[in-house]
Ligand binder design. Structure first.
Ligand SMILES: NC(=O)c1ccc[n+]([C@@H]2O[C@H](COP(=O)([O-])OP(=O)(O)OC[C@H]3O[C@@H](n4cnc5c(N)ncnc54)[C@H](OP(=O)(O)O)[C@@H]3O)[C@@H](O)[C@H]2O)c1
Length: 263
């Protein structure tokens, strides 16, 4: 398997590292204009280059991980070299229709929205395609399942996926930080508080993902009548906990809308 990742920034490098760890035999090349900034990848067995086209002929998958304002230039550069390869764009807000416009209608394309936990192989990745066979779709799913969990979604939900999955990572991290701050105030040193907060979130996620359970039924199991959990939960709700989160998700969603309109 040959994978070319164009755009060796935060996301491109995270994917390269995660994939190499999952599949040491994959040939992975990461490109950027300043490859000297990612020479550490070489020690992981990942090739780096400043050429977007030198390795493209042998690639099975070409992943695009440049910023939205950089994508058109890259598409024009690689267009003559894209034939059999499956192009997966990770670029936020750049539609399948726009990709086809720049690459031609015959090119195999997909969009994927992972989050940076992909470096830990714990991403939630949402994928949309237009013209792929079931076999190609299955192959993409298998690829991203090596890096966490993945689902196919309708393309019109890509912005929503960006907010819930990619921005959502930051929301979850802020929850962990706030828990840590509370933990320090009630007696823990910062490192212990952080470990307790982070592992507790991991445990909560495992209860849902491994058991196909619902959050509220798990909450019911830990809220003793007149106990301390329900006292804390109700106070958080009085202070607008769920409402703040939902409003934050909506604000992020509207912010994407604003960014699209400025394009
Ligand atoms: N970070 C996330 O959580 C996340 C999640 C989902 C999707 N995304 C999307 O993924 C994309 C990348 O995000 P990011 O956070 O990784 O951005 P980033 O860190 O800025 O990475 C972009 C990289 O592209 C390289 N680049 C720019 N022009 C290039 C060219 N012509 N040829 C080859 N490489 C080029 C840049 O390096 P040089 O300047 O050295 O060329 C840079 O390292 C964005 O479209 C973003 O919306 C990000």
């Amino acid at each position: 398997m040959n994978i070319l990742i164009i755009g060796g920034g935060n996301l491109g490098c995270a994917i390269a590292k995660g994939l190499k760890e999952a599949e040491p035999n994959y040939n992975i090349t990461v490109t950027r204009r300043n490859p000297q900034k990612i020479t550490y990848l070489k020690s992981l067995g990942i090739q780096i280059s400043d050429s977007n086209t030198a390795f493209i002929g042998a690639a099975n998958y070409v992943m695009l991980a440049v910023k939205p304002h950089q994508v058109v230039k890259v598409l024009e550069e690689i267009r003559p070299f894209i034939e059999h390869q499956l192009l997966i764009s990770l670029v936020t807000g750049f539609s399948l229709q726009e990709l086809k416009l720049h690459l031609g209608p015959q090119v195999y394309i997909a969009r994927a929205m992972p989050n940076t936990a992909i470096s830990q192989r714990e991403s939630m990745t949402c994928i949309s395609t237009a013209n792929l066979s079931e076999q190609q779709k299955q192959a993409i799913l298998t690829l991203f399942n090596k890096l966490g969990q993945s689902v196919f979604i309708e393309e019109h939900l890509m912005d929503a996926a960006t907010v819930l999955g990619a921005c959502g990572l930051a929301f979850a991290l802020r929850y962990i930080r706030a828990s840590m701050q509370g933990g320090i105030q009630i007696g823990f040193d910062s490192q212990t508080a952080l470990k307790i907060a982070a592992q507790t979130v991991r445990g909560a996620a495992a209860l849902i993902l491994n058991q196909d359970s619902h959050p509220e039924s798990e909450i019911d199991k830990v809220t003793t009548p007149q106990g301390c959990t329900i006292a804390g939960l109700n106070e958080m709700e009085h202070q607008g906990f769920s409402s703040a989160l939902i409003k934050g998700i909506l604000s992020s969603f509207h912010a994407i809308d604003g960014i699209q309109h400025k394009k």
